[in-house]
Structures are given as C-alpha cells and as structure tokens.
Write a protein that binds this ligand. Sequence first.
Ligand code: RFL
Ligand code: PHB
Length: 389
Amino acid sequence: MRTQVAIIGAGPAGLLLSHLLHLQGISSVVLDTRSRADIDATIRAGVLEQGTMDVLSAAGVGDRMRKEGALHHGFELAFGGKRHRIDLLGLTGKSITVYPQHEVLKDLIAARLAAQGQILFEVSDVALHEVSSTTPYVTFTHGGEASRIDADFIAGCDGYHGVSRPSMPDQAKRQDYQKIYPFGWFGILVESAPSSEELIYAQHDRGFALVSTRSPTVQRLYFQCDPKDNVDNWSDDRIWAELHGRLENHDGWKLKEGKIFQKNIIGMRSFVSAPMQAGRLFLAGDAAHIVPPTGAKGLNLAVSDVKVLAQGLEQFYRSGSETLLQGYGEQALKRIWRAECFSWTMTRLLHTFADHTPFEREMQRAELENIVNSPALATALAENYVGAF
Ligand code: RFL
Ligand code: PHB
C-alpha cells in the first residue's frame, strides 16, 4: 500500500488530520489498534473552544456539533460556601461548547468513510521504519496478515501510550518535561437532568469536584480521589455523599442524583515531549503532550496541532517548500506551553494537596478570592479558558 501521509491513531488528532488533508487533495491512511465500536464508546473530553468549533465547522464536520452541542457562556467557581460566575462571553466575547469527544469522533469517522477515506481498525504490531529518510514506512498486522504502508510522511497521533514517540530518532537528545499529580479524578456518568446550566468547578477541603454535562439526560461528574483507589471501593451512596459534601453550599442549590452507569478513575499528569518532529515523523496531540483535565485543553490542543501540521503538509504538496513543516513543532509548542501553564494553574488552584501547610491552604483560597473580585484576573482566567489568544 502507498499513501502520502500514514497516520498512526484514529483519535481526534489522527482523524481530523486525515480529513483536513483530504480537503486539500492529499491522501492518507489511518491505522488504529482499537475497533470502531471501542473508539465510538470512549468517554473523554467535553469542552470545545470556539477555535476548535471553527476548525471543525470549516472542515464540514460541525453540523451535529452546532445542533446538539450546548453553548455555555460562563462557568462557576465554587469555594468558601459560595458560587461565583465567570462570565466568559461578557469578559472575552467568546463562549465554549459542551459536545462529547466521542460524538466528535463519530462525526469525523462518518466524514472520512463518506469520502472513501481509509481507516484500518484493529491493527496490531504497528512499527515505524526509516523515519529519517524521505521514504518512511509503517508495518503492521491487519486481519491476520502482515501489511506495509509506504508514505512520504508519518503523523504520530497515537496518544500518550502509542508507538510513535518512542520511534522518534535520537532518543538520547529528547527532552521530556513531566509533572505527576498526587491525585486523580473519579468520574461518573449519570442518567439525570442537569443540576446546573453551567459547569461548576468546586474547591473544597475534602477535595476538588466538577459538575459537567453530556446531554439533557446524561450528566458527567468528577471528584478528586487517590489515583490508586479502586472504583469497587465506591458504592453509589458513598459517591453521592462525597459529591453532595463537596458541592453543596449555603445557597440552597442541590445536586440532582440519578442512576450511575459508568465509573472510572483517571490519573493526572502534565507532560511535554520535544521536539515534536524529526525527519519525516511528526507527533500531534496526546502523543506529544498531556495536560491535566482541569483546564479542558487536551482535545483543543490536538485540534490546534493538526491544523498547523495540515497547513505545513499542504504547503509542501502545493509548492515543494518545507518552510511551514520545519516550523511546525516550534509553532505548536508555543500554544502547548501556554495551555500547560493554564491547566497547571487551574489544577493548583482547585485541588486539595495533602502536603499543604495551613499557610499554603490560605494562599490558595486568597488566590481564588482575588480572581472573583478582580475583573482583570477573572478576564485573564476566562481568556485562557475559551482560548481567546
Ligand atoms: P487519543 O484520543 O488518545 O487517540 C489516540 C488513538 O491512537 C490509538 N493508538 C494506536 N493506533 C495505532 N497503533 C498504536 N500503536 C496505537 N496506540 C494507540 C488509540 O487507540 C487511540 O484511538 O489522542 P489524540 O487524538 O491526541 O486526542 C487527545 C484527546 O483525546 C485528549 O487530549 C482529551 O480527551 C483530553 N481531555 C479533554 N480535552 C479537552 O479539550 N476538553 C475536555 O473537556 C477534556 N476532558 C480529557 C477530558 C481527558 C480525560 N481523560 C480520560 C484523560 C476529560 C478526561 C476524563
Ligand atoms: C468533561 O465534561 O468531561 C469535562 C469538562 C470540563 C473539564 C474536564 C472535563 O475541565
């Protein structure tokens, strides 16, 4: 098999890249180790920035998102017994949309298949070869048969645990930046009506909690937990007691309960691996960087990476120039580091740290008070959240 760009990974980064390239007349083949049903069912991100919506709409995959996604003009910060609204639209002129990542993936897969795009699901033994040459290739097993794709370029969009990053040449010269947090998030999906029109990010002595949503009938809730804890230790009653305790204040607001139909625990890390390109191999999305979900940036970064990468590849195929491609990593990293900074700031502001001294706990509370009392600080937070710059 031969294609122009071999794409490893059918997550948001890989599928969107494949679609953006297709729109420029550039061929690609996407490989994924998982089945289509598995990919469709993975529950992850929810928050899309305006810029992400613009990219998806311009690529012709935004119809359902605009119809079914919920536009949110603000969110709430809850701490010290009170809730405080951050007016995203008023402060920045921009809003965010809550539309689940697996719905974005369904839309992208449908668009790729409608355009006869090639996505090979359930492949195994994926290996990258000769990525420093102009004739790189990928080997893998598909349907029990050994296969090979020859390409001009390889895009490593296979997430944090993929094979692309370890296949970058000059491993000794790579720089990994990492911070692992001493807590995780316990996430649940619940059948109920929303408890709140907007997301609530709550700081509480018992730990962080987040009220989010998936649809008018399905809600997504999270609370800070021990990353090594086990979901089996948490009965439904225990989960509700913890959420009520962390979220309910003195203002009469009540969290709606419902049937919990999924529970999971996720670890939290900040991670950047540089450079993002070597020879003919380019990393994009979680393959190159991870943010803790508190800032809701991961999917948005994957989208902005592949937008820049697609522009570089388009320039190469149109004019033979590699100028944009050579600058890909540097350009992408500027935005990535800012999102890393924001995600770390939100995480630090809102979580309970077991090793904090009473002084540090007061500093955290004072920082939150500063934000909700200063239009300048609230605007800076809102600008970062909506991805305004
Ligand atoms: P993905 O989505 O991990 O996709 C990678 C794909 O590569 C496949 N793969 C391989 N394929 C071939 N060969 C191999 N050897 C392979 N190894 C792996 C995998 O099967 C998979 O299909 O990476 P991508 O495309 O870079 O997308 C990144 C986003 O998924 C991620 O950043 C977001 O989900 C992060 N995130 C959020 N981001 C936001 O922008 N807004 C949010 O509100 C938000 N909330 C979240 C989140 C992530 C969360 N978790 C689970 C970490 C909430 C949570 C709880
Ligand atoms: C989610 O709905 O899954 C979600 C929303 C906001 C975040 C993280 C996750 O910051």
